[in-house]
Design a protein around this ligand. Structure first.
Ligand SMILES: Nc1ncnc2c1ncn2[C@@H]1O[C@H](COP(=O)(O)OP(=O)(O)OP(=O)(O)O)[C@@H](O)[C@H]1O
Length: 249
């Protein structure tokens, strides 16, 4: 049995436009992989194929030897594949703690009415407090999300995603919009993610990529140009050409 994500000959066409070309990749359990490439290379499309927001034109995706290629998005979340919540999913006028509690209640199929007091459940509350602690959010737990700095809001998104208990986590531009003075918050949080979680980071910020990734996949025109360790990638002449040329993505 192969543990982790196994992608074979994955292709996607939009009409005549081929945006994923025969992508073959393994993302083993515990991997810290980054997907980089110029604008329009197909990174978001690839992430959407993995989470099931898009169905492939051909090829397969296996998670621990289970073929998930045809599963819809919700079933893939249940199988353990999650992409970070986007800022728009946060309830800005609720506290950080309430925001983190909501997806856990939803996961546990508990009903929660906004205007009623939630009477608590020890196991759920313990999980909420653990996530707050894991993401160093305890000092901010009672603050309204609206009042947080953007980088702190992105940490709340990460904590929310972890409440889904994923096995594969896709971070789509986790530092986008975060001022460089706060990007260490994101880097530190990624470094502290559970070691048995596989992480795929799609990111334009090369400094962040080189700080957290142990494998880098370079996508160009929907195809894998090269895959390797950060050292191999930084030495690769084709990658250097790509990034020294115009259209740095
Ligand atoms: N739903 C769609 N229909 C048609 N073409 C699409 C669709 N979604 C994406 N594309 C095209 O697929 C190509 C890859 O886009 P994609 O957004 O995946 O690239 P990307 O590498 O994520 O780019 P960026 O770094 O700019 O976010 C682009 O040419 C884009 O215009």
């Amino acid at each position: 049995m192969t543990s982790g994500l196994r992608i074979r000959n994955l292709s996607k066409n939009f009409g005549g436009l081929q945006v994923a070309r025969n992508i073959t990749l393994d993302i083993p359990t515990g991997a810290r992989a980054a997907l980089i490439g110029p604008n329009g290379a197909g990174k978001t499309t690839f992430a959407n194929l993995i989470i099931g927001a898009l169905q492939p034109s051909s090829g397969s995706i296996h998670l621990d030897d289970k073929d998930i290629s045809q599963l819809p998005e919700a079933a893939r979340v249940r199988a353990g594949i999650a992409k970070t919540f986007q800022n728009t999913n946060l309830f800005k006028d609720l506290s950080v703690r309430d925001n983190i509690r909501l997806p856990i209640l939803e996961r546990e199929h508990r009903t929660f009415r906004f205007l009623e007091r939630y009477d608590g459940d020890a196991a759920i509350e313990a999980e909420v407090e653990q996530l707050l602690a894991d993401f160093r959010l305890l000092p901010l737990a009672n603050r309204l999300v609206r009042s947080l700095a953007y980088g702190q809001q992105r940490l709340v998104e990460l904590a929310l995603t972890l409440s889904l208990k994923p096995r594969i986590l896709i971070l789509d531009e986790p530092a986008a919009g975060v001022p460089s003075s706060d990007s260490h918050l994101i880097v530190d949080a990624i470094k502290r993610l559970p070691t048995d979680l596989s992480v795929l980071i799609i990111e334009h910020d090369m400094k962040l990529v080189f700080e957290v990734a142990s494998r880098i996949i370079v996508l160009v025109n929907g195809a894998v140009l090269v895959e390797g360790t950060p050292e191999e990638i930084s030495r690769d002449l084709r990658v250097r050409e790509l990034y020294l040329g115009a259209g740095h993505g």
